[in-house]
Write a protein that binds this ligand. Structure first.
Ligand code: ATP
Length: 236
C-alpha cells in the first residue's frame, strides 16, 4: 500500500538519510530499527512531508503519488503521523485533541464513530475526556496522540518511538492496541529502539545505520539473525 524509494535527507552539509526504500502493506506492522542518530526520525518525517528531501523522492500510497504534496495534503491522502514527543496539545482536553484529529476532510462526518473506535481501543481515555492533556501520564498522552492520529481515518500510521519512556506494562498495553489497529487494515510503520518488543509485534523490519537501510526481513528472521541479536537484542 505504501511504497517509498529514493528518499534522501540532508541538513545543510550533513546527509542524514541516503536513498531509503521500503514498503508497508495493508494491515501490516513494519518496524525500523537503528541506533541513535541513524536517521529513523528523518525517514518518518521525509515520508510525512515534514522535512525537505533531496530530489528524486518517491512516496506512493495506494497508487497515488504523494512525493510532492505538502504535509497537510499527505494527511488528507491517508497518511497520519504520531511524532516523537507526541505532537499533542497539552493545554487542550482529551476530547478537544481527538476532535482536532478529525479535521481532515477525509474524516469529517465520521467523527462520532471514530471517537468510539478510539475509546474502545483505549478505554482509559473514556473517563479522561475532559482532562487537560498536559496533566496526564506519559502513557496516557501517547494514547491521546495515537487516538488523535486515528481520528483522521488513516490508511497508514507512522509512529516515532511510541514506547519511549513507558513502563513495560504500558508498552504491552500500547502494543496490544496497535495489533487491534492492524486488524482494521491500517498499515503501521514504527521506529523503535525497543527492538525486542517491537520485533515481537511487527510482521517485518528494516535496519538503518548511518542514514542507510542496511538490512530487512520478516520479524522472525531478524529476531534470529546473529548480527541483529548482537546489535539490538543484547545477545550473541
Ligand atoms: P534518535 O533515535 O536519536 O532520535 P534517529 O535515528 O531518529 O535518532 P534522526 O533524528 O533522523 O536520527 O537524525 C539523523 C541525523 O541527522 C543525526 O546525526 C542528527 O543529528 C541529524 N539531524 C536531525 N535533525 C536535524 C536538524 N534539524 N538539523 C541538523 N541535523 C539534524
Amino acid at each position: 500500500m505504501l511504497d517509498i524509494s529514493a528518499v534522501s535527507v540532508a541538513y545543510g552539509q550533513h546527509r542524514a538519510l541516503s536513498d531509503a526504500a521500503l514498503t508497508v502493506g495493508r494491515g501490516e506492522i513494519v518496524v525500523i530499527l537503528g541506533a541513535n542518530g541513524a536517521g529513523k526520525t528523518s525517514l518518518l518525517k521525509a515520508i510525512a512531508g515534514i522535512v525537505p528531501c533531496l530530489p528524486g523522492k518517491n512516496v506512493i500510497l495506494s497508487g497515488r503519488d504523494l512525493s510532492r504534496l505538502p504535509a497537510h495534503e499527505i494527511v488528507e491522502a491517508g497518511l497520519a503521523s504520531v511524532p516523537e514527543g507526541r505532537g499533542i496539545f497539552g493545554e487542550l482536553t482529551v476530547a478537544e485533541n481527538l476532535l482536532l484529529g478529525a479535521n481532515p476532510k477525509r474524516a469529517r462526518g465520521s467523527e462520532a464513530a471514530r471517537r468510539q473506535q478510539v475509546l474502545s481501543l483505549f478505554p482509559r481515555l473514556n473517563e479522561r475526556l475532559p482532562q487537560m492533556v498536559r496533566t496526564m501520564s506519559g502513557g496516557e498522552q501517547q494514547m491521546v496522540a495515537i487516538g488523535r492520529a486515528l481520528m483522521s481515518n488513516p490508511d497508514i500510521l507512522l509512529l516515532d518511538e511510541p514506547s519511549l519512556g513507558l513502563s513495560p506494562l504500558l508498552v504491552r498495553e500500547l502494543f496490544a492496541a496497535l495489533r487491534q489497529v492492524r486488524e482494521t487494515g491500517v498499515g503501521l510503520l514504527l521506529v523503535e529502539q525497543n527492538a525486542r518488543e517491537s520485533l515481537a509485534l511487527a510482521d517485518r523490519g528494516y535496519l538503518i545505520e548511518n542514514g542507510r537501510i542496511v538490512g530487512s526481513g520478516t520479524a522472525q528472521a531478524l529476531q534470529s539473525d546473529p548480527a541483529v541479536r548482537r546489535a539490538y537484542l543484547g545477545g550473541i
